[in-house]
Design a protein around this ligand. Structure first.
Ligand code: HEM
Ligand code: HEM
Length: 209
């Protein structure tokens, strides 16, 4: 066996799963808990991004991030049942990781935009093109960040973008777990367990390490 996932990657992974679950389950139920869980998600991602540059070998983005061509080649090999075993993240897994990190950042960011009126004014000029029109719309309709009369949460386009991101996350997580189960069966190793222990079977001929 060899050590693949360092402790930070493992703690990051399972903390992210927990924080996402809490944010999801507390949405529209326990608002302060929801927001805190969302901020924890954002903080975890910030730490992971730094670790992706300075971390251990298999934690580095430069080790696993690849172009779409490589992802397509890998998926094609998967359909043919002859994809190689990767010691680190395989190309499809790597693409999914990026999709998850970006979508979760978008979820947390739009959540924060709904809440932090003063602070978001400061970043408004830097808002990406997707969010800026939604913000403008909301401003026009006078709904931004205000609580409704019955104490319900804010309404408007930002909330919708937030929801779309959150729902997209469910889809991505489903595919992610499906991919983990599939790769585990193909290469006869429990990848979920490896994300706990950090260890995987040492590379064999044909494996990509
Ligand atoms: C909310 C749910 C989940 C999210 C947001 C999530 C997110 C992620 C992320 C960001 C990574 C990259 C890890 C890194 O390099 O830092 C990853 C990898 C991984 N995740 Fe998850 N995950 C979720 C649920 C799960 C579950 C339920 C399992 C177990 C069945 C799982 C198993 C794995 C494994 C095995 C890897 C490593 C994949 C590989 O071998 O390349 N994940 N996940
Ligand atoms: C990143 C993790 C997060 C996830 C997965 C998430 C998910 C959700 C979901 C599913 C809803 C319900 C939308 C609906 O059906 O109407 C929601 C609502 C909301 N979220 Fe988040 N969210 C996250 C982070 C945040 C953050 C960081 C904040 C603010 C600091 C936030 C603020 C809100 C607000 C204000 C609502 C509307 C609540 C209401 O209408 O009562 N969220 N979120």
């Amino acid at each position: 066996m060899i050590r693949v996932w360092d402790p930070l990657v493992r703690v990051f992974h399972w903390s992210l799963v927990a924080a996402f679950a809490v944010a999801w389950l507390s949405a529209e139920e326990v608002q302060p808990l929801h927001e805190w869980a969302g901020y924890v998600v954002a903080a975890l991602i910030a730490v992971r991004v730094v670790w992706g540059v300075v971390g251990s070998r298999y934690a580095r983005f430069s080790q696993f991030v690849c172009g779409p061509g490589k992802v397509v080649d890998y998926l094609r090999a998967m359909l043919g049942g002859h994809e190689p075993r990767y010691i680190g993240h395989n190309p499809a897994g790597a693409a999914m990781i990026l999709a998850i990190l970006i979508t979760l950042s978008g979820t947390a960011f739009t959540g924060w935009l709904m809440e932090e009126d003063a602070e978001r004014q400061a970043v408004i000029s830097a808002l990406p093109q997707i969010v800026a029109p939604a913000y403008a719309d909301e401003e026009r309709s006078g709904e931004r960040g205000e609580r409704g009369e019955n104490g319900e949460g804010p309404d408007g386009p930002l909330k919708e973008v937030h929801e779309v991101f959150a729902n997209l996350m469910l889809l991505l997580v489903g595919l992610h777990v499906g991919g983990v189960v599939l790769a585990s069966m193909r290469h006869r190793e429990n990848l979920a367990r490896a994300m706990i222990t950090g260890e995987k079977r040492a590379p064999e001929p044909g494996d990509i390490s």
